[in-house]
Write a protein that binds this ligand. Structure first.
Ligand SMILES: C[S@@+](CC[C@H](N)C(=O)[O-])C[C@H]1O[C@@H](n2cnc3c(N)ncnc32)[C@H](O)[C@@H]1O
Length: 277
């Protein structure tokens, strides 16, 4: 593993995109992370102690980064947080909110880390959506070099208020690459339960792949079938229907995490590799 060199003066990799955000848009993403693996925020072994949570592409102001800071520091008061933006004005707008453990820096996929800084968790939401599909793999590859083995990236797309989203969970492996651990589907049920709605917020590596013969296409076909087969559960509300459809999808051979702590909160996790212990 090569430690990243001082990158602060390098040209940020990527392109400025629309900066739209909203208060609490990413609350469910953070709540999911706390439920899925709170130790990502608290662990201290293997270089994690002083490592950073990075919010990549926080938008026209730093509200989502600051909201996460408050949320995550409930479990780790000393957590260091870095908001990264490729747009200079957005960094300037955020700087008044910086303090000794909250940083805002100009940067891109080549993270603007200082010597010795490493990353435990990256959240990149509604960033890659605005790129082309060909940019996905190089962006992931670049970001992997900064994350500690065992660290995670949650990268996905939401609707404007964050009530529905889909995200990749990528785990930094020992070899220095990402392992795609899961695809997470999240809803707060305000819009009921409609499988098609999730298609509109698929991350960049899937959204253009809704084509016959692609795994994601088959997955959605199976999920829609499961939803139709369990539609009687609708009587008990969208939450019960969502759970019943997930169970039916699992019975078709998809590796769905059936723990109630996730499903009852509107998180369906499609496990892509071996589930973590
Ligand atoms: C739509 S906003 C998302 C804001 C927030 N994450 C959210 O979900 O509400 C996307 C932001 O990502 C920034 N961005 C795009 N590419 C980037 C990159 N390579 N590195 C850092 N920021 C980037 C854009 O400048 C923009 O402000």
């Amino acid at each position: 593993m090569t430690p990243p060199s001082r990158t602060i003066s390098r040209r940020p990799e990527g392109q400025p995109t629309r900066g739209k955000t909203a208060s609490n848009r990413l609350r469910r993403v953070d709540n999911f992370l706390l439920l899925y693996e709170a130790s990502l925020l608290t662990r201290t072994e293997g270089g994690f102690a002083s490592s950073l949570f990075v919010d990549l592409g926080y938008g026209f102001d730093a509200r989502t980064t600051l909201e996460s800071a408050a949320r995550f520091r409930r479990v780790n008061q000393g957590l260091k947080i870095l908001g990264v933006e490729i747009d200079k004005e957005r960094v300037e707008a955020a700087l008044p909110f910086a303090d000794e453990k909250t940083f805002f820096r100009l940067g891109g996929f080549n993270l603007p880390l200082k010597d010795g800084e490493r990353v435990r968790l990256i959240r990149a939401f509604n960033v890659l959506r605005q790129y082309e599909e060909k940019d996905f793999a190089p962006a992931y590859e670049r970001l992997a070099q900064y994350v500690l083995p065992g660290g995670l990236m949650v990268e996905g797309t939401s609707n404007p208020f964050g009530s529905i989203w889909v995200a990749n969970l990528a785990r930094r492996m020992d070899r220095g690459e990402w392992g795609m651990e899961a695809l997470v589907f999240s809803t707060n049920f305000r819009m009921g339960f409609e499988v098609d709605e999730f298609q509109t917020v698929l991350p960049k590596n899937y959204i253009h792949r809704m084509l016959k013969g692609e795994a994601i296409f088959d997955f959605f076909a199976a999920w829609k079938k499961s939803a139709a087969e369990t539609s009687a559960a609708k009587t008990f509300g969208p939450r019960q229907w969502f759970i019943a459809a997930a169970e039916s999808l699992a019975s078709k051979g998809y590796q769905i995490n059936l723990q109630k702590k996730f499903l009852s909160k509107g998180f369906m996790i499609w496990e892509l590799t071996t589930p973590k212990g």
